[in-house]
Structures are given as structure tokens and as C-alpha cells.
Design a protein around this ligand. Structure first.
Ligand SMILES: O=c1ccn([C@@H]2O[C@H](COP(=O)(O)OP(=O)(O)O[C@H]3O[C@H](CO)[C@@H](O)[C@H](O)[C@H]3O)[C@@H](O)[C@H]2O)c(=O)[nH]1
Ligand SMILES: [Mn+2]
Length: 607
């Protein structure tokens, strides 16, 4: 396995993005030839994924340099929360100011929280004075407006302001809870007049969920988005991002379309932008940088073979390939109009089948107006819609795995098609995620500190004793039929590294800087193994240093020192308080386990 992984890096290649004929939107007359793109954003939990983060992702995606009437942004809310709908309605109001502002001043980072964080430099001040003073006024106004929206959304999210479940929100009232509710689809904004300068369509989607109906986590959500967008806008291309990944480069859609239109289709089945992170802490204490490096290294290696894997986010797809077809329709030749056959695979909605035949014929004319499709779209978002069809098997995002992205990408590669890794400067998307595992040499080569490498080594050990251990256990439990593997949504921390959200009220959390890069804990059993190992090794060290055990070998001693060093972040907070300390229940349980282990060992060695 390791050999196979290493082999990948020996075929480096990189896709060159040529300057494309679609420059200077919107003055370029060719702009009308640009294809439509449906953008999917997934969110699932308003606590783990703060709505303001989702809103920033949505705003950054809607504000890209692309004709507004050719974009539609679909937000899937698996948490079925009126707070998300409310946040998006507020976001749309702000978007009407924000998007023109971004385009007028060629703002580089169009996620407002980042733009106003203070880390991001202003656009050139070399503009003539009039313009730049106008700019400063507008900038101030925009910041104030964003601040208001942020506050409203945060108040709704933390419950200080309750959302009345009536009117627009009536659908949420009838005993809805996130795992038992009808489908709720709301067109928040429709660019009815189809104006290029206008704001893209914005649609809220919460698919139906019922306790007896498996929902297949993110893959299920993506398949619903695929169908809903099929009957609403049916764009030939789609982009999907997780809610914590904002668009960092406003030319991203243009870049992708230049590649799709400029290359042979079989050379460019999908376009993956590597994952990069914005909230890097000095020396990378959580080892996230390795994901970026890893993706870059392996990504380039894979590019030399058949192209990168589909990572699940930050990726543009061809709708047709997601439907499981090949580029030349060979697999459906002669059956394109056979309703019965299509319904067997794709389900019973006639409207959806019509949109699908349209995609098959590469006919990209928009079907109808978005709002009038709302009724039909709620039908394709029903939880029983997929029963007996090929969704999740041969069609759409694959089920039965927690890495639905990789699987879906491989299904496309299996057709012999290539994918492309697109690495623009600045990076296309920025998000938040932790992972691990590369050599010191690579770290130094990529300009990272030895400290960062050490943090990464350490994180790899901590991962092995926490998430990987639990992953293996839950997989075994599933194999034995004891329990089912579930997709647990990861908690996102939206640290914008900014000194404030409002510079005027000098109100800073003076401890916040000290806490950057610190581990947070809760009562999850996930922390027990590490803490137990730690106690065992601390006991071993104590016994060998002060104790009666003189037969301790040097190797054993060093191994214990190494383990303790790796778990040092845990040692420091063993008796800490609050979220930065290990809860005493975890400490007690672990101490108990360690004691049992040491006792058993002693009995065994005496015996
Ligand atoms: O039932 C669910 C569970 C998750 N999500 C969304 O899925 C995305 C990814 O979830 P997250 O908890 O952030 O998982 P990660 O492990 O961070 O995700 C990585 O790994 C996943 C599995 O391969 C990929 O799908 C992701 O794109 C990739 O970023 C988020 O937008 C969630 O809101 C849903 O929509 N419904
Ligand atoms: Mn994530």
C-alpha cells in the first residue's frame, strides 16, 4: 500500500491555465457563450457549522466574476433549520450591495468575514483620488452592513432572537425535527430578468427525511441537489463546496470553464481545486498544512497519471458524467428517449427525465423560470424518490462509504477519462480541516519549519490513538453487524485571525491570542485511549526513574519518553479547566484503565 502511495509522486505534471478568450467579463461579447453553472453548498448542523460561515461561503460563491444569470446557488440544509433559511434571506439582502461592490472595485477576497478581517490588503490605492475616496466611503458602509448581518445571524444562531415559524417559515413549524420532516424548498432570490450584472439565483433545499428512510449523509444530499437543480436550472456544469470552504479566487468559475471548453472533453472530465486552509496557526500545531502539501505533491503525481481524485469539495463536474453517462452517450445510444428505461435508473419524475434528456443532447437552453419549478423540485427531494433506482449505485454520488467523493471520482476515471487539478494563484478555495503525515524533507522543501514537521509527527500519533482507532473499531462493529458507521459532521472553527469584528469598540478578548493553536477537549470517549497510554507511559517512566525496576532497557525507556513527548499537548492540560483542559471524568476513567493495565502486567510478570 505504502509503495503504491509513494509511486504516485514520481509522475509530476501540472495543468497550465492559459489565458482564455473569456477575459474581461462582462464587457467581452463572448460572455454570452459561457455555459451555466450550478453551485452546491452543503451544511448539516447549525452548531458545528456556524450559519455565518455558510453565509460567507455562499456570498463568496455568488460574487464571482461570471455573468450572474448563468449561476444558481443551491444550499442543502441537512439540519432542516429555519436559522439557515433566515441567514440566507439576510445574506441575499446583503448580497445586493456586496456583489456590485466586489465587482466595481475588483475585490480579491469575496468572503466578507475574510475581507474585513484586517489580514487582507485593500485594493490598489493608486486609483485617482475621487474614486478612492468614494471607495473608502463605500468600504465603510459595506463593513457596517456586513456587521449588521453578522450580528443578526449570530443572534438567531445562539437563540437570543427567536425565528417565528409562520409566513415564510411556516414549513418549519409542524413538529419538524432534523430527522423527520417533509422537503422544504425555497427560492430565496431569482434573477428573473436574467441580467448578467444581477445576483445569481439562490435556493434553499432541505430534503425530506424520515426515520425509516436511509438518508446517506452528504452523498444523499448531493444527489438531491443534483435532481433539484436538474428541474430548476439544469446547468451542464456544477461546482460543489462544503459550507466551510469559501471561494478565495473570484476568477475560479472562469478558470474552470476555460479548461472545460478549451480542452478535449476526455482530457477534462472534472476539475479539482486542491484543498488549502486559511486559518493556519504558526508551526501548524494541528498538522493541517500537510493536507495542502500532500494534495499538492500527490495531486501533481496523480495529474501525470489520470488526474487527481475528486476530494469531495472544491470541484467542478459535468452533469452528464455525474448521471453516469459517458461523454459520447454510447451507453444510452438509441435509448435516449426510452422513458421507461430512464425512469428505472433515475426515478419517476417526468420533469426530471425531461431535463435529463436535455442534458444528454447537450442542449443547454434553460428550461423555465426557477420559481415555477419549486413544486416539482420538492417531489424529487422526497426520501422515497430513489427507492429501486440506480441513485447512489450507478448514478450520482455513491452510497455506502464515508468518502463518497473519491468513489464518485473513481467511477468517472474508470471510463478512461482524465481529471484536472487546477492550482491558481491565489488558491481557488480556502477552508478549515485537520489531518496528518509526511516526511521532514518534504516539509523543509515546501518551506515549512521543522517545528511544523514535529507538530505533524505528533498529530499523526494522536490521530492513530483517537480518530483512526475509533474509525477501525466502528468499521469492525459494522462488519460484525453491531452498529452502523455514521458520518459525523466535523466542528468548524471560523477563526478569522482578526483583532475584532468592530474596530471602534476596542473590545478584545485578551486571552484569545494565547489560545490560538491550543487543543480543545470534551467528554468524548475518543480522548480516553490517548490519556490511558499517557498514564501507562508516565507510570513506566516514574517506576524506572525512582522505582524498584532496574531491569528497564534503554529502548523501553526511550520509547516511553517518545510517547510522552508525542502526547505532550495532553500532558500540559491534564488538570486544566474548561474546554482547554481534559475533563476530570476522562482523567479518572483513563487512570482506572491504566491502573488495571499496570496491575495485570505486574501479575503477569510475577507469574
Ligand atoms: O449528513 C450530512 C453530513 C455532512 N454533510 C456535509 O458534508 C460536508 C463535509 O462534512 P464534514 O463534516 O466537514 O466532513 P470532512 O471530513 O471535513 O469532509 C471531508 O471528507 C468528506 C468525505 O470524503 C468529503 O465529502 C468532504 O468534502 C471533505 O472535506 C459538510 O459541508 C457537511 O455539512 C451533509 O450535507 N450531510
Ligand atoms: Mn470539513
Amino acid at each position: 500500500m505504502r509503495v503504491l502511495v509513494r509511486l504516485r509522486i514520481h509522475s509530476p505534471s501540472q495543468h497550465q491555465m492559459d489565458s482564455c478568450r473569456f477575459q474581461n467579463i462582462p464587457t467581452n461579447p463572448l460572455a454570452k457563450e459561457l455555459p451555466a453553472v450550478d453551485i452546491f453548498v452543503t451544511t448539516a448542523d447549525t452548531v458545528l457549522e456556524p450559519p455565518i460561515m455558510t453565509v460567507n461561503t455562499v456570498l463568496s460563491a455568488m460574487a464571482v466574476d461570471y455573468p450572474g444569470h448563468k449561476l444558481a446557488c443551491y444550499v442543502s440544509d441537512d439540519g432542516c433549520s429555519p436559522i439557515i433559511l433566515y441567514s440566507l434571506i439576510e445574506a441575499a439582502k446583503f448580497g445586493h450591495l456586496w456583489i456590485p461592490f466586489c465587482k466595481k472595485y475588483d475585490v480579491q477576497v469575496r468572503a466578507p468575514f475574510r475581507y474585513f478581517s484586517g489580514d487582507v490588503v485593500f485594493p490598489p490605492s493608486s486609483d485617482d483620488d475621487n474614486k478612492s475616496s468614494g471607495f473608502h466611503l463605500e468600504w465603510r458602509r459595506m463593513k457596517d452592513e456586513y456587521e449588521k448581518v453578522r450580528q443578526k445571524i449570530e443572534e438567531a444562531a445562539n437563540g437570543t432572537v427567536q425565528i417565528e415559524c409562520s409566513g415564510e417559515y411556516a414549513a418549519f413549524s409542524t413538529n419538524t425535527n432534523k430527522s423527520d420532516h417533509p422537503s422544504i424548498i425555497k427560492v430565496i432570490w431569482e434573477n428573473k430578468e436574467k441580467v448578467p450584472e444581477g445576483m445569481p439565483h439562490l435556493i434553499y433545499v432541505s430534503r425530506e427525511k424520515r426515520p425509516h428512510c436511509p438518508h446517506h449523509y452528504k452523498a444523499g444530499a448531493m444527489n438531491v441537489l443534483t435532481r433539484v437543480s436538474g428541474v430548476m436550472t439544469n446547468a451542464p456544469f456544477m461546482l460543489n463546496v462544503d459550507c466551510d470552504m469559501f471561494v478565495n479566487n473570484p476568477k475560479i468559475v472562469l478558470h474552470a470553464m476555460c479548461s472545460f471548453l478549451g480542452l478535449k472533453p476526455q482530457e477534462c472530465a472534472f476539475i479539482q481545486f486542491p484543498q488549502a486552509f486559511y486559518n493556519q496557526v504558526k508551526d501548524d500545531p494541528f498538522g493541517t498544512q500537510s493536507v495542502t502539501i500532500g494534495l499538492e505533491m500527490y495531486g501533481r503525481g496523480m495529474a501525470g497519471i489520470q488526474g487527481p481524485f475528486y476530494a469531495g469539495t472544491g470541484c467542478f463536474h459535468r452533469r452528464k458524467l455525474i448521471y453516469g453517462f459517458s461523454l459520447d452517450n454510447q451507453d444510452v445510444q438509441g435509448k435516449e428517449d426510452d422513458e421507461k428505461i430512464l425512469k428505472e435508473s433515475f426515478g419517476n419524475s417526468m420533469e426530471f427525465i425531461n431535463s435529463l434528456t436535455q442534458s444528454l443532447k447537450d442542449d443547454i437552453s434553460p428550461i423555465q423560470d426557477v420559481s415555477s419549478a419549486a413544486q416539482v423540485s420538492s417531489q424529487v427531494a422526497h426520501c422515497v424518490y430513489e427507492h429501486g433506482t440506480a441513485w447512489g449505485i450507478k448514478v450520482g454520488w455513491g452510497y455506502g462509504t464515508l468518502t463518497e467523493g473519491v468513489q464518485t471520482g473513481l467511477r468517472i476515471h474508470r471510463k478512461g477519462l482524465k481529471s484536472i487539478s487546477c492550482i491558481p494563484d491565489p488558491p481557488g478555495f480556502l477552508g478549515t480541516t485537520p489531518t496528518s503525515g509526511l516526511s521532514l524533507r518534504f516539509f523543509l522543501r515546501y518551506g515549512l519549519s521543522a517545528r511544523a514537521w514535529w507538530n505533524n509527527q505528533r498529530m499523526a500519533r494522536i490521530h492513530s490513538a483517537t480518530s483512526i482507532l475509533f474509525g477501525v473499531l466502528s468499521f469492525l462493529f459494522e462488519l460484525l453487524g453491531i452498529s452502523e458507521v455514521v458520518f459525523e459532521v466535523t466542528k468548524k472553527d471560523q477563526s478569522d485571525n482578526s483583532s475584532d469584528h468592530d474596530q471602534d469598540t476596542n473590545h478584545k478578548d485578551d486571552t484569545s491570542n494565547n489560545n490560538v493553536g491550543r487543543f480543545t477537549f470534551d467528554e468524548s470517549p475518543m480522548f480516553i485511549p490517548v490519556t490511558t497510554f499517557l498514564f501507562v507511559h508516565l507510570t513506566a517512566l516514574a517506576l524506572s526513574l525512582f522505582g524498584q525496576h532496574d531491569e528497564v532497557g534503554l529502548g523501553e525507556f526511550l520509547s516511553s519518553v517518545w510517547t510522552v513527548l508525542c502526547f505532550w499537548p495532553f500532558v500540559r492540560v491534564l488538570f486544566g479547566k474548561g474546554k482547554y483542559g481534559i475533563p476530570s471524568s476522562i482523567v479518572l476513567k483513563s487512570a482506572g484503565f491504566a491502573l488495571i493495565f499496570v496491575q495485570l502486567y505486574r501479575m503477569a510478570s510475577v507469574g
